[in-house]
Design a protein around this ligand. Structure first.
Ligand code: B16
Ligand code: MG
Length: 220
């Protein structure tokens, strides 16, 4: 296990702070139905933590479809418009259990906090669930050129927090996100099944399992 003097905390969004995967699924499913592609909740698992562009590429590969760039871009827009309709219905009730407890504790200790997400919709989602003010910086899909498992998103977040990469802790639910955190030499905390996120330095099923002692050990 890495020895740390962690002072910066970075949180993924979907699957860590809120479960937007269910809305992504509904929006992708609508497009898949229109295209005659069979798309199940199990298929949606491979879309977690993956950029919108890559998700559509995977969907079209599943359907054996090759399309023009113009058509591709149009479907990207269509999917996002449908997704945003769901996002507009979100409120604080959608924050995953005990996330606020953890954020409040870190805030009380004046710990710099960043969001590090693949989503281009991260900011409006945080606004809807009223968590935007907790974060000193938002690094989202608009800010990066390389997707997780590339460490770019977390390295930018560390830089913007003014904290050395090696002094950052990352909370992630996707395998690619854990790999990105490890590649950035950060402490990785997996949120989800240990057998899937086995590369993480620490693992919890969800935030209800995280206690103050664990957080304080990371800080000190
Ligand atoms: P958008 P995360 C990711 O969020 C989702 O897990 C993934 O399913 C989605 O395709 C990606 O954001 C892009 O989202 O279409 O809103 O730009 O887990 O990195 O917070
Ligand atoms: Mg995620």
């Amino acid at each position: 296990m890495k020895q740390m003097e962690a002072t910066g905390f970075i949180f993924d969004l979907d699957g860590v702070i809120v479960d937007t995967a269910k809305y992504h699924y509904l929006a992708w499913k609508k497009l898949a139905d229109e295209l005659g592609i069979d798309f199940t909740k199990e298929d949606n698992e491979q879309f977690k933590g993956v950029s919108r562009k890559r998700c559509l590429e995977i969907l079209l590969e599943m359907g054996g479809l090759t399309v023009s760039q113009e058509q591709f871009d149009q479907w990207m827009v269509e999917k996002n418009e449908d997704y945003l309709e769901y996002i507009n219905t979100m409120d604080e009730k959608e924050i995953l259990p005990d996330v606020v407890k953890v954020l409040d504790h870190l805030k009380s200790k004046h710990i710099p906090m960043a969001l590090g997400s693949a989503s281009k919709n991260a900011r409006p989602i945080l606004e809807k669930v009223k968590l935007l003010s907790y974060f000193d910086t938002i690094v989202d899909g608009n800010a990066v050129t390389k997707a997780k498992p590339d460490p770019e998103v977390f390295l930018i977040a560390a830089k913007q927090l003014g904290v050395a990469a090696g002094d950052c802790v990352v909370f992630e639910d996707a395998v690619a996100g854990i790999q990105a955190a490890n590649a950035a030499d950060m402490v990785s905390v997996g949120i989800g099944e240990q057998k899937i996120l086995f590369e993480a330095d620490h693992n919890f099923t969800n935030f209800t399992e995280i206690d103050v002692k664990f957080l304080d050990a990371l800080i000190n």
